[in-house]
Write a protein that binds this ligand. Structure first.
Ligand code: ADP
Ligand code: MG
Length: 730
């Protein structure tokens, strides 16, 4: 019976086994290509490695649209023979390996003959090359592994130029994700910086297409430290310790390591580990963690180090063939090697740590220096605290609807939290800071920007500069004014005006070299501008259509100027009219997103596009106004502001969960807790930023204009000597 039942069960439809088919070759190739070339930066790594394999001494990279539109790598290497061009981009064609045994002793970086082939399956590849002794070069283009036409003779400079256009044009999903996840450009800059400090005999450059200057530019240098200085900047190079380790015991490990590691003075938010094993740029999570642990244990303050290490082992001890992109390698006796390196790092750090104990005991001079009355103080109109007039607060004018506290914008404009952004951007941030410090005048290469910066310098008031540089921040006196002490004087300083001007100046200094704040979702300009228009004329009864027209015209205008906005100010407006990126003007600071609509309207209305200098000036001013540290839009929940968060007695009956029938008086004191805590947060955060970001940055960068002496930005409130005298009389 049982047997019968089983056979009868056939019509309960056990699913038919699916047929196995051989995949079409083009599908296989495209899948494989997607593995090798995961993103623009991986294509560039392959191309640069090819150039290095070709014994180049100069490698130049140009990138458009984060590499998705165009990648161009030019070198001065040995070139490619004419007769090899037809098979150049077929899979598994290589000049570097012929037998499997060769793999054990391979010195070149490539060996699979896969990279170029892969690129032709996901982009359009054009190769221009010339070999030594030839009078002219050849150019050929490739698609899906195949050369598209006979190589054409052409003029060429020494070496090879490979151009990758429209990467992932046939992989829509990949392309979309990459477009959304932001630009690969910082990764590309990072990659080339890494190569540049190891291959010091090769000069590297990397720039965006059309940009006048390269973002990485290394020249062949005599030492690793020189190379690090030129790529990562003085502040990294001056805080490095040389380190060495080796072992030559076949029973445990055989290796040699040379490196440079940061000391206790190097403070960063993220570890930078540049690791080369047998001259290959690789990653090794285990080694990275091991080093990081040592730093945390010995130098807690400098626990995110900069590490450069070059490890050399007998090539038969390294398996390079464990990862399609050769990003990881596996080593013989990896644990032993890591332990040895860890021990050397630890002993080095302990030594410097002991020296450091004494250096650390510096005292903040602003706190302990004796009070001297003789120093010149600028002529600032003094006002008694009672006569001092607080300007009308913006939030009292703008905020109208308590039911919609955060504004509608927040629904789609959740900028990543500052801390998050900070982490993501930190490498780029450090680099831009380094670049600025390294060559402060280099930032502006357009004369109009230089002129604007000169204006800033000319306008600078030396007395105020002295106050800004040497004052002590005491606290916020009210929503807008901070209390400062400078020598024996107390001043009130308008943080809105100060931050507005500081941002303006920083925009000019960082001109064309901004890091980006990426909006988590691109925000549509027409809607934002509509919001701003509505806020502007609250009571005007213009129709929506009217506003819509204006919004559309403004959007078109900004779209037309998008190249300029993006290139010079890192304000990214895409072809659909969405805002995707904003610039980082002050590190660790993101502006209040509620102010985006007003900013866009201001860009569209107030900027003079025709005259270069005025154009830059007005955009910088608009950014300055947007990024200024305005009071948060929610009223300050102290004192009178608290009224705002008290619920009005509702006309409907009491709350359902109120057990006793509460009287309406009690209801009146009910507080909107969520709103209140949001406001408390916003205000606390602003105060923190004023103290820890605004004032420290002002000390470093700010040139206070003379106008601030008279326009109420600085107000002297008291002279301590006079106060002392008054007290003496009492
Ligand atoms: P692999 O590097 O693994 O050999 P690739 O697909 O990257 O494979 O390159 C295929 C071949 O093309 C290389 O072996 C090399 O001979 C040649 N080639 C690629 N790029 C260059 C270059 N920039 N200069 C000279 N030859 C190159
Ligand atoms: Mg290669």
């Amino acid at each position: 019976m049982a047997v019968e039942m089983e056979t009868d069960g056939e019509d309960n439809a056990v699913k038919e086994a699916p047929r196995i088919q051989r995949l079409d070759e083009s599908v296989v190739n495209r899948i494989a290509a997607g593995e090798v070339i995961q993103r623009p930066v991986s294509a560039i790594k392959e191309l640069v490695e090819n150039s290095l394999d070709a014994s180049s001494t100069s490698i130049n990279v140009v990138v458009k649209d984060g590499g998705l539109k165009l990648i161009q790598v030019s070198d001065d290497g040995h070139g490619i023979r004419y007769e090899d061009l037809p098979i150049l981009c077929e899979r598994h064609t290589t000049s570097k390996l012929s037998t499997f045994e060769d793999l054990h002793s391979i010195k070149s970086m490539g060996f699979r003959g896969e990279a170029l082939a892969s690129m032709t399956y996901v982009s359009h590849v054009t190769v221009t090359t010339i070999t030594p002794g030839q009078l002219h070069g050849y150019r050929a283009s490739y698609r899906d592994g195949v050369m598209e036409h006979e190589p054409k003779a052409c003029a060429a400079v020494k070496g090879t130029q490979i151009m990758i256009e429209n990467l992932f044009y046939n992989m829509t999903a990949r392309k979309k994700t990459l477009q959304n996840s932001g630009d690969d450009y910082p990764k590309i800059v990072d990659l080339l910086s890494r190569f540049a400090i190891h291959y010091i005999n090769v000069s590297f450059s990397c720039r965006k297409h059309g940009a006048p200057r390269a973002d990485v530019h290394s020249v062949a240098s005599s030492s690793k430290i020189d190379a690090i200085r030129s790529v990562y900047g003085v502040s990294v190079a001056q805080n490095l310790i040389a380190i060495e380790a080796s072992d030559d015991d076949l029973s445990s490990s055989v290796f040699e390591m040379h490196g440079l590691i940061s000391d206790s003075n190097y403070i960063a938010r993220k570890i930078t580990m540049v690791l080369f094993i047998n001259d290959r740029l690789v990653e090794c999570g285990a080694l990275k963690r091991a080093v990081e642990i040592v730093y945390s244990a010995t130098l807690p303050k400098a626990s995110k180090p900069f590490i450069y290490m070059s490890i050399v082992l007998p090539s038969e001890h390294v398996d390079v063939n464990v990862h399609p992109t050769k990003r990881e390698v596996s080593l013989l006796n990896q644990e032993v090697i890591i332990e040895k390196i860890q021990a050397v790092v630890e002993s080095k750090l302990r030594n410097t740590n002991e020296e450091r104990t004494f250096q650390e005991q510096t005292v903040d001079p602003s706190l302990s220096s004796p009070v001297t009355a003789s120093q010149a103080s600028p002529n600032i109109p003094s006002t008694s605290s009672s006569g001092f007039k607080v300007p009308k607060l913006p939030h009292k004018i703008v905020r109208t609807n308590s039911q919609d506290p955060a504004g509608r914008l927040h629904a789609y404009m959740q900028v990543k939290s500052p801390v998050h952004v900070q982490r993501n951007n930190i490498l780029a941030t450090v680099r831009s800071l380094v670049r600025q410090r390294r060559n402060p005048r280099e930032t502006a290469d357009l004369t109009s920007v230089q002129k604007l910066l000169d204006d800033v310098n000319h306008r600078c008031h030396s007395g105020l500069l002295d106050i800004v540089k040497h004052c002590t921040y005491i606290g916020m006196a009210d929503d807008v004014y901070a209390l400062l002490q400078h020598n024996t004087h107390l001043y009130l300083a308008n943080v809105v005006n100060l931050s507005k001007e500081l941002m303006y100046q920083q925009v000019l200094r960082r001109f064309a070299h901004f890091n980006a704040i990426q909006l988590s979702e691109p925000a549509p300009l027409p809607e934002l501008i509509m919001l701003a228009l509505k806020e502007e004329n609250l009571d005007a009864d213009e129709t929506d259509d009217f506003n819509k027209n204006i919004a559309e015209m403004n959007t078109d205008l900004l779209k037309k100027q998008s190249e300029l906005l993006d290139e010079y100010f890192c304000i990214h407006v895409d072809a659909e009219g969405n805002l995707g990126r904003l610039p980082v003007i002050l590190d660790q600071y993101t502006p209040e997103m509620d102010r985006v609509p007003e900013f866009l309207l201001c860009l569209a209305n107030d900027v003079e596009w025709d005259d270069e200098k005025t154009c830059f000036q007005t955009i910088a001013a608009a950014l300055g106004n947007f990024y200024a540290m305005h009071p948060p839009l929610l009223p300050n929940p102290t004192d009178e502001g608290l009224q705002f968060y008290k619920r009005k007695p509702s006309s409907s009956s009491g709350e359902p969960n109120a057990t006793t029938c509460g009287d309406s008086g009690e209801m009146g004191d009910d507080i909107e807790h969520e709103l209140l805590s949001e406001a408390e947060n916003a205000w606390a955060q602003r105060e923190w930023i004023i103290q820890h970001v605004l004032f420290p940055s002002m000390k470093l960068f700010f040139n206070p204009p003379t106008s601030m002496v008279t326009n109420g930005t600085f107000v002297q409130v008291a002279s301590l000597e006079k106060l002392f005298k008054i007290f003496e009389r009492c």
